[in-house]
Design a protein around this ligand. Sequence first.
Ligand code: HGY
Ligand code: MN
Ligand code: MN
Length: 411
Amino acid sequence: MVSGGARAVARCDALGVPPYSDMAGGLYRGYLTPAYAAAQAALGGWMEEAGMAVYLDPAANLVGRYEGTDPSASALLIGSHLDSVRNAGRYDGPLGIMLGVESVDALHRAGKRMPFPIEVIAFGDEEGSRFPAAMLTSRAVAGTLEAAALDLTDGDGVALADAGVDVGTYLSAARTPGSTLAYLEAHIEQGPVLEAQGLALGTVTGIAAQLRYQVTLMGTAGHAGTTSMPLRRDALAGAAEAMLAVEALAREDSSDLVATVGRIDALPGAANVIPGEVRFTLDIRSGDQSRRDRTAENILDAITSIADRRGLDFAATLVHDLPASPCDPQLMDLMDAAIAGTGQPAFRLVSGAGHDAMVMAALCPTAMLFIRCKDGISHNPAEHVDPADAQAALQVMLGFIGKLGETFVAA
Ligand code: HGY
Ligand code: MN
Ligand code: MN
């Protein structure tokens, strides 16, 4: 018989191709796209088979609810995200959801109810790969999203309001404080630490602080053949210099600080036109928020100087500012104990990658379990997880849920 962990991996694989992907020959699943709807339909079926009542919340997150012995008790939420980056791996996000489904399936098959309901939540937008915002849907659930943040348009000019959600009721996805016992997220590590330690699993201590900007440099579009070099206001050449400054300033800091320009659009985008406008993303992270903010200021100052010297106009819009998010100390202890309970050594590590858990921390205590991935590769089709590691994670999640139940009854 296939283990629950192996089935979770197989389900992620099944969702890695059309119609669950918006691209042929690889995986891209954007928030509210046809592939997103298809993946929700498949997931809803799996949730029902696992004994859950399925519903869509006002932010188009799919939720499966498994009642506890006391339906009025606050719920344990288990989740991760269903969307992906472009040309993605198959496990970043979906694996945490599938392992949540498998956790409930195991309880259901054993005829077991916890003293609290369990809800498995598949968040819709974590990556920010369609609209220029990230963690939109967990921010809606955590109640930290403002109405103005819903004024979004994707790269094809489709407004969020026209993409299949009602922006008038979107914020009502917010859960009331106190209604959620805890949030548990299992996720591939997306880094090499566990593999280097020879460990399948680790308890996450916290998530690094993230800043994200959308940067615009404006020059003058002009004829590539007739505009002499001194007369040019080339926004793309300015952006190239700005990107090297980003890299140099991040390198100057020898801590965990990282800065990335991940996407660039040069307009009008023709071989014979000097680029008049360039837009690029800027992502800056560190476990130390003040270090992150200091470097961000230095980077923005450096780009301002480059723009001034080149006669370009410069604007940077803050997309998000996510504070460093420590996981709950008591839940970390429970996770360590659950790992030890399966005969594996407990091990703790920090997350440089962002997760919905960092947003959910505004609502309730959070816990994260990291699962080893091959060569630490993620955001890449080569992402790989050993089904045996996923099965080990499932055993730990069940141990964690059991221990949470004991704590709950004792409290
Ligand atoms: O950007 C991140 O860290 C996450 O993978 N969304
Ligand atoms: Mn990701
Ligand atoms: Mn992820």
